[in-house]
Design a protein around this ligand. Structure first.
Ligand code: DHB
Length: 310
């Protein structure tokens, strides 16, 4: 079995899209449901719809991708309406609603709206968008993160998680985990893209994307060791009842296996889904099953979190 759970939410397998990939429109979301993905998440909805940054704003290279989309999305009402309609039709298929703000008050507004609705799935509060010009990645500012979570959990009682940026210092893991452990979080999602990388076209000596002078979030194979370290570091520090969604650097079933070995309860696909489309879910589930069969494992609990060290 490839089944996994977060609290009382049950999934046939761990694979889902990462927010931002294949989840902008109702058509794309319906395609995720029709695919073998165990669940899916919406594009981050903001209080109002946004067109995002000027194009070109995404580029693919052999080892991964760079993007500076700038949060183009149809607005929270669009995604909340979709989620409410979806849960009425598919009560046994829990999904994730991603939301993102530009300021602490945006998060309160988004939380109030979801709290007041009948939404009964999981809400992912995105604290790590690197691509809105002039706006820092919120979760690199621990004081603002604390303020947002304090305000949020005064009003929000539904299952909630946070999407985090990558951290690179053990003191950051200690401090962020201690902060997160003070709140009734259901999950974290680690990691968002490696913020503000730069890719260059060698033929023209030009940055490959237009926004922010070419700076953008890096995903794909480049991100794998950072994602593994972040999932592992948080699993070693967070309360046992906080689940971890592992995101970053998956191109093979072995990559999915490695994230679970570090403690992931679900695994999200960004660049590989952008490149291959929904066909990657079936491929990666089969590749994961093959790795498990070779090891003699029959469930994810046989190896989740059981990374060995020397
Ligand atoms: C975008 C990118 C992100 O990494 C994110 O978390 C949210 C939004 C974007 O550019 O649209």
């Amino acid at each position: 079995s490839l089944a996994s759970s977060i609290q009382n939410f049950h999934f046939d397998n761990v694979l889902m899209n990462a927010s931002g990939v294949h989840c902008m429109t109702t058509q794309e979301l319906d395609e995720l449901y029709a695919s073998p993905a165990g669940s899916f998440v919406t594009k981050s909805g903001t209080p109002n719809a946004r067109v995002g940054n000027p194009e070109p704003r995404y580029h693919q290279l052999e080892l991964g991708s760079i993007n500076s989309m700038g949060l183009p999305n149809n607005g929270i009402d669009y995604y909340l309406d979709y989620a409410l309609d979806f849960q009425a039709k598919h009560p046994d298929h829990p999904i994730f609603l991603s939301v993102s703000g530009m300021s602490p008050s945006d998060y309160t507004l988004l939380a109030e709206k979801i709290q007041a609705s009948d939404f009964n799935g999981l809400t992912e509060f995105n604290l790590s968008c690197p691509n809105v010009p002039g706006k820092p990645q919120i979760a690199y500012d621990f004081d603002t993160t604390e303020q947002i979570l304090t305000d949020l959990f005064k009003i929000f009682t539904k299952p909630a998680g946070v999407k985090l940026p990558p951290f690179f210092d053990l003191a950051q893991f200690d401090q962020m985990a201690a902060l997160l452990n003070r709140f009734p979080l259901t999950f974290i999602n680690s990691i968002n893209s490696l913020g503000n990388g730069l890719m260059i076209d060698p033929a023209t000596d030009t940055a490959l994307i237009r926004p922010k002078g070419g700076f953008g979030g890096i995903g794909g194979a480049y991100a794998k060791p950072i994602a593994l370290a972040n999932v592992r570091a948080f699993r070693q520090r967070l309360r046992d009842d906080i689940a971890i969604i592992g995101t970053g650097g998956v191109t093979t079933g072995r990559d999915v296996y490695d994230l679970i070995l570090c403690g992931a309860d679900m695994v999200q696909l960004g660049t590989v889904l952008q490149v291959e489309g929904v066909a990657c879910f079936d491929r990666l589930n089969h590749e994961l099953e093959a790795v498990m069969a070779e090891k003699g494992y029959t469930t994810l609990d046989d190896f989740r979190g059981k990374l060995q060290t020397i």
